[in-house]
Design a protein around this ligand. Structure first.
Ligand SMILES: [Cu+2]
Length: 154
């Protein structure tokens, strides 16, 4: 038990002295605005960000059709998860806005299903692993028709 106070002191010191942190200064937050429309397209299909950078996404459904037939969401998938792997099972989850809790472990960030004229934001840290991450609208058929994009982390 004699070492315990020493360990505590070391932990305190590392937490209190910023100079000991190995991380470089984080990049400035990234703000991205994406609109979706009745033609089932996102206005932005490629986002580039740095590992750990904070990202704020403003997402808007700029269409006019009812949510039941033309709702849009934005779902960023974990590295290696394909649009099909998510969209196919998600299509059956209408009561959950096509964003089933059962698939939550494959999602990094999302904006829920929006109807015409609605908008919403999400803020999240960019993943730290470099790579290309897929995002999509999981309303049935939309990703297949091109409602998708990528987040490139480098
Ligand atoms: Cu959509």
């Amino acid at each position: 038990m004699k070492t315990k106070p020493t360990v505590m002191l070391l932990l305190l010191a590392f937490g209190a002295i910023p100079g000991l942190r190995a991380d470089p200064a984080p990049a400035a937050p990234l703000v991205v605005t994406i609109s979706a429309n009745d033609a089932m397209k996102y206005t932005v299909t490629k986002i580039e960000a740095h590992p750990g950078q904070m990202i704020t996404l403003h997402f808007k459904n700029a269409g006019t059709l009812p949510k039941e037939v033309m709702g849009h969401n934005w779902i960023l998938l974990k590295l290696g998860v394909t649009n099909d792997a998510y969209a196919t099972p998600a299509a059956a989850a209408k009561t959950e806005g096509f964003e089933p809790k059962a698939l939550a472990d494959q999602v990094l960030a999302s904006v829920p299903l929006l109807g015409a004229g609605q908008s919403a934001d999400v803020t999240f840290p960019c993943p730290t692993a470099p790579g290309t991450y897929n995002y999509l609208c999981s309303f049935p058929g939309h990703a297949m028709l091109g409602m998708k994009g990528v987040l490139i982390v480098k």
